[in-house]
Design a protein around this ligand. Structure first.
Ligand code: OGA
Ligand code: MN
Length: 204
């Protein structure tokens, strides 16, 4: 059965961010968790960089996770369910909020013990194509003592979200500052961005 995106879309439209659970069945979550760990164990992740285009730099003082970009076309069965849900959500966002999202890019990320990501927004200075950020967490049995919260800064308040398996966070890429706090154990996620067609991409 298809997921009901109504609460997700209502929350996003009202506040610019929201958290959802249960968008994917447990079996899919476990398959994603397993895939991320296997790819990480076989050394396929690389240290993440900040910026885009010609100006990418590695700055571990700002961001110290490792990532692996993913291709939907070659996704194994478990991840295909994720891409299917993401596509249904894209269509729902376009038909309700008229966002004109045409594209999606995503990567697995691992924050090793102590890794973090300073406060930032997901919209690059050089390109305004990124519209909506989505993060799906892939860690079983996470507790506050493990750290690794996603901290959203919104309306002068902080909202901390634990990276527990199946927790799905969606927020505006342009207006929601956020950070990843250091954790005491490896923290896995599947992070993606819906993109629109952008003038800055055509004439950089
Ligand atoms: C990012 C990011 C948040 C998270 O990759 O841009 O903010 O919780 N990730 O992993
Ligand atoms: Mn981010």
């Amino acid at each position: 059965m298809d997921a009901d995106f109504t609460p997700v879309i209502d929350g996003l439209a009202a506040d610019g961010w929201t958290v959802a659970h249960g968008l994917l069945p447990e079996s899919v979550l476990l398959a994603l968790m397993e895939e991320a760990r296997q790819l990480h164990d076989s050394d396929r992740f690389r240290e993440a960089r900040i910026g885009t285009g010609g100006s990418e730099v590695q700055r571990e003082d700002i961001r110290s996770d490792s990532i692996l970009w993913l291709d939907a076309a070659s996704a194994p069965a478990g991840r295909r369910s994720y891409h299917r849900m993401i596509e249904q959500l894209r269509l729902a966002l376009n038909s309700t909020l008229f966002l004109g999202l045409i594209d999606f890019e995503c990567h697995y990320a691992v924050y090793e013990e102590g890794a973090h990501y300073d406060v930032h927004v997901d919209r690059f200075r050089a390109s305004d194509a990124r519209m909506i950020s989505v993060v799906l967490y892939l860690n079983e049995g996470w507790s506050t003592a493990d750290g690794g919260q996603l901290r959203l800064h919104f309306m002068d308040k902080m909202h901390d979200i634990l990276p527990e398996l199946g927790t799905f966070v969606i927020f505006r890429s342009d207006t929601v500052p956020h950070e990843v706090l250091p954790s005491t154990r490896a923290r896995y996620s599947l992070t993606g961005w819906y993109r629109r067609r952008s003038f800055t991409d055509i004439f950089p």
